[in-house]
Design a protein around this ligand. Structure first.
Ligand code: GLY
Length: 347
């Protein structure tokens, strides 16, 4: 088993990665928490696969909420439903909430745990690659509003994150591929060794090592900037244009990973325009294509710029853009809106 500790300002997270860990989750949980009861939140895709397997391990009262699967349910009404289920189950502040699922389940459940009774303990058990390498780690929780994604939320660290790479075997191929966009991101922003690992034939056999390298980067970045005021922004490499593209596609034409892949290529072109010593676009495009991810921006550049400016990461008159000029080294570059406009329309 691989283990890491993330020391946040208010709380510490234990991160554990091992094949088959889901079958041993209650024992892992007992090493970190002492609840009187647990409540598992999952969704309608994951529940038939893993809910009983997890619930049966506890010698405690176990209750659950099964949310409908899908980003459209990442909303306040889902959080309210969890609150009602927690109250009906008699959950107190000493008890434990478990998020069992992908990024949407983790974000909603994390926000419910952060706010129910002003905070109950939280364990994340991510079941998608994207959630395992990114969203389950670092304490970002929240829901969408009709006006935009992730507009309501809290930073709230899970006390324990249990990552079982075996659960990835039940994922649809596209969902796995989606997570690979975030893996590639980590390679470019912090550790090019990850790029070599995913280029090796049969890399999926070593996915636990790849996940570990990604989570280590996330742990280190979050430990230095938990509340996303500086360094943590490097985790948004590919996400500025990516979020704009997702928005233009009404969140249905592109998956998050596809949008991030396209956004990374766009960001790399911007890095070139701003004087990167070496053109990294061809190797990035080749890698993304080999992984089954798109690389071309399918929308009008003016529309991308408009959507980008409305993104919540806009910072006064400038937009913080993440550039990679050398593999493994990301820079946060504030760009004036006018300069960014010129760069985007020439992409
Ligand atoms: N997914 C980006 C972050 O956690 O900051």
């Amino acid at each position: 088993m691989k283990q890491l500790t993330l020391c946040g300002a208010a709380a510490q997270s234990e991160l554990r990665i091992d094949r088959g860990l889901l079958g041993n989750a209650a024992a892992q949980i007992a090493q970190v928490f002492s609840p009187s009861r647990v409540h598992i939140v999952t969704d309608s895709n994951v529940a038939p696969l893993y809910l009983d397997k997890l619930a049966a391990q506890f010698d405690l009262p176990v209750s659950s909420t099964i949310l409908p699967a899908g980003e459209e349910y990442k909303r306040l009404s889902s959080v309210e439903r969890i609150y009602h289920d927690l109250l009906a189950a008699g959950m107190t502040r000493k008890d434990l909430v478990i998020a069992l699922g992908g990024g949407v389940t983790g974000d909603i459940t994390g926000f419910a745990a952060a706010t129910f009774l002003r905070g109950v303990s939280l364990c994340q058990i991510p079941t998608t690659l994207l959630a395992q390498v990114d969203s389950s780690v670092g304490g970002k929780t929240g829901v969408d509003l009709p006006e935009g994604k992730n507009l309501v939320g809290a930073f709230y660290q899970p006390g324990l994150v249990l990552i079982d790479p075996n659960v990835l075997d039940t994922l649809p191929k596209e969902t796995f591929t989606d997570g690979m966009a975030e893996v590639v991101k980590y390679g470019y922003i912090a550790n090019p060794e990850i790029l070599r690992m995913v280029q090796a034939p049969g890399y999926r056999a070593h996915i636990e090592d790849i996940i570990y390298e990604c989570v280590k980067i996330k742990r280190d970045v979050v430990a230095q900037d938990e509340h996303d005021t500086g360094l943590r922004m490097i985790l948004n490499f590919g996400h500025t244009v990516g979020h704009a593209a997702e928005k233009l596609g009404n969140y249905t034409e592109l998956t998050h990973g596809q949008a991030v892949a396209i956004g990374m290529v766009a960001a790399m072109r911007l890095s070139n325009a701003l004087g990167a010593p070496r053109d990294l676009v061809p190797e990035l495009v080749t890698l993304l294509k080999a992984l089954g991810l798109p690389t071309d921006l399918p929308y009008d550049r003016e529309a991308i710029f408009g959507a980008l400016l409305s993104d919540k990461k806009k910072f006064g008159a400038t937009v913080n853009f993440i550039l990679v000029r050398n593999p493994g080294q990301a820079d946060i570059v504030p760009l004036a809106a006018e300069q960014l406009h010129t760069l985007i329309v020439n992409l």
